[in-house]
Design a protein around this ligand. Sequence first.
Ligand code: PAF
Length: 283
Amino acid sequence: MNITIVRSINDLRSYVRKWKKSDESISIVPTMGALHAGHLSLVREATSLSDRVIVTLFVNPSQFESTEDLDKYPRNEDDDIEKLTPFNVDLLYAPQTDEIYPSGHSTKIVVSGVSQGLCGDFRPGHFDSVATVVGKLLAQSLADKAFFGEKDFQQLHVIKRMVLDLDLPVEIVPCKTIREPDQLALSSRNSQLSSNDRKIAPILAQTLFDAADQIKEGVDVATVLYNSKEKLIRSGFRKIDYIEFRADRDLRVLSKFDECGRIMAAVYLGKIRLIDNVEISKY
Ligand code: PAF
């Protein structure tokens, strides 16, 4: 099926108006392109739960740490369109930067609490930029449901909090992390790893799964976190931004396994920053 591409809010809105008039439900899958099986699982879920699906493709400049990082981000719209073709996607919304941030744009959404700590400590302003662009995409699309991956678990919490606090009439649907056979979480950044670093990368997920098992077995949380960090450093990860045990529900720091939690980590392999998390369920 050929995907219709729109690049302006006006064009997007004219489709949305038509669908709303005929009472069709609308889902949105926000992406920055460089689509992989993780994104496609969100698209699949969205198409199964709604009448109309919009995939957005916008590389949001303000959420990158540096222009070097932004420039390095993989972009290939034709490739992304090809990957979406087998799915029942109604629209690809791929605006230019000045459509999203026209001259004079001066509003920012700042979500406190859940955006502090973890990645928030290492990427100042990052979650303000994510919240702002997602807030805009939700307002532009008037979607009933929006799909986000659990791999970006803190981002998911920031977006849920924003939607709650701003009374936005949209349901946020979290989707499970998709992994390579060696357990590496899928990420658009994986393609930037050197071939040697690609061999080391799965040790991150493996370490988090091991840590989760140990915490479940009752090993002291601080000891597990300390040993996991040591293992990552010994394995060749250049820098560990954090490895922490947080509450699944609201990202509170947990020192004991007395409720559902997540082991969450951000690490560097060479110049590439990888994040991952593993759920530790009480059930
Ligand atoms: O997760 C991402 O790809 C981005 O942060 C998002 C949600 C599309 C906002 O730019």
